[in-house]
Design a protein around this ligand. Sequence first.
Ligand code: NGQ
Ligand code: ZN
Length: 443
Amino acid sequence: MRIHAAAALLPGGWERDVTLVVADGLLVSVTPGSAALPDDIRVEALVPGMPNLHSHAFQRGFSGLTEWRGAGRDSFWTWREMMYRFALQLDPEGMEAIAALACVEMLEAGFTRLGEFHYLHHAPDGRPYADPAEMSRRIFAATEATGIALTHLPVFYAHGGFGGAAPTEGQRRFVQDVDGFDRLMEACAASLHRPQDRLGLAPHSLRAATPEQIRRLAQVWPGRPFHIHIAEQAKEVEDCLGHCGARPVEWLMDNAPVGPEWCLIHATHLTAAEVAAIAASGAVVGLCPLTEANLGDGTFPAADFLAVGGRFGIGTDSNVSISVTGELQMLEYSQRLAHQARNICATSGSTGTVLFTAALQGGAQALAAPAPVLAPGAGADLVALRDPLGLDDTGSLLDRWIFGAGVTVADVWASGAHLVEGGRHRERDRIFGAAAKAIRRLI
Ligand code: NGQ
Ligand code: ZN
């Protein structure tokens, strides 16, 4: 397959008239300054596909349904109760249908890889399914049906709070001992079969896994993407101080082998020392700015973190709204509001370009994905943007896409498959139909 792009964002910057040859899911050649041939697929502006490094796909099923003020103060913790109620009802078919819907929206937004932080393991009564990977396989089926690449992150979840507290009834579908988790990992490893798929793992949080369990997981499954929720809520920081005598990130840095394969999800509440320690470790921070805003988590200190060379990627987390541009825009705007200044995340040049390229690199690192570049040998994960005004100004294109109006995603390829055309996923209608049925049953 040959694609001809009027402009493409190559490792050295924007180039004109670029021909890309794709075979077996990979870019074979990338040639700027070449004329289009009659059979080429022609696009306007081509950029690498974005990894989505953090998602709980099932939560797409109640998007927009928790924005209703109840009695008393609403918070992350009251949202979590509603989320548990939804999770308790979901059957495997519903999981697959809703996950496929989320994957369609991710691809249409310009995400070409899903990092699925998956913890809904057991049947609604809390008993394991006969196949420990029953629910994981529903995620695999959704990614295969839609074509998005997958880094699956089975979650280890054992406790209801710090100090090894017993899990609550609402958490019964998540909880496992370490042997059960090893069986799940093995079942997942045996059934992931597409070349683009990867397997990592994720102790859920310092609330749900003890220090000993986290250290053991890091030992038993070395060298894989290793994700953990951390320091998202102020209460979590207080509880951690009470139980461990240290703040969550402070404790993690001092007691766990945090390195480049680690991804710290949220890391919202940080001291200057924690900011520096994460950056020095080479770990990626998994920012989910739309969910963090929706849940009232707080503001990540992005300016300080980027100033010391910190790495980040973006995730859609609760999937309340699935958007590459929305996540990057919210990240930058949260900083503008906090600092009462403009263009915070770039120290020079185009803010959109700096945010987009940093999130590509960090996301790929966190998900053990191929290099997110338009270069020979890289995965053919491609997003074609369309500018209805035809302004012919590549220097501002990513800014106009992320912050401005008009620029949209036209075409998307993941692992070489042409999945989105004219802004629509080729299976959109069928998948939306199935998801609508599942969601109507649940709400
Ligand atoms: C989750 N979501 O795992 O879906 C969590 C809620 C928890 C966020 N942290 C559960 N945003 O953290 O206990
Ligand atoms: Zn999460």
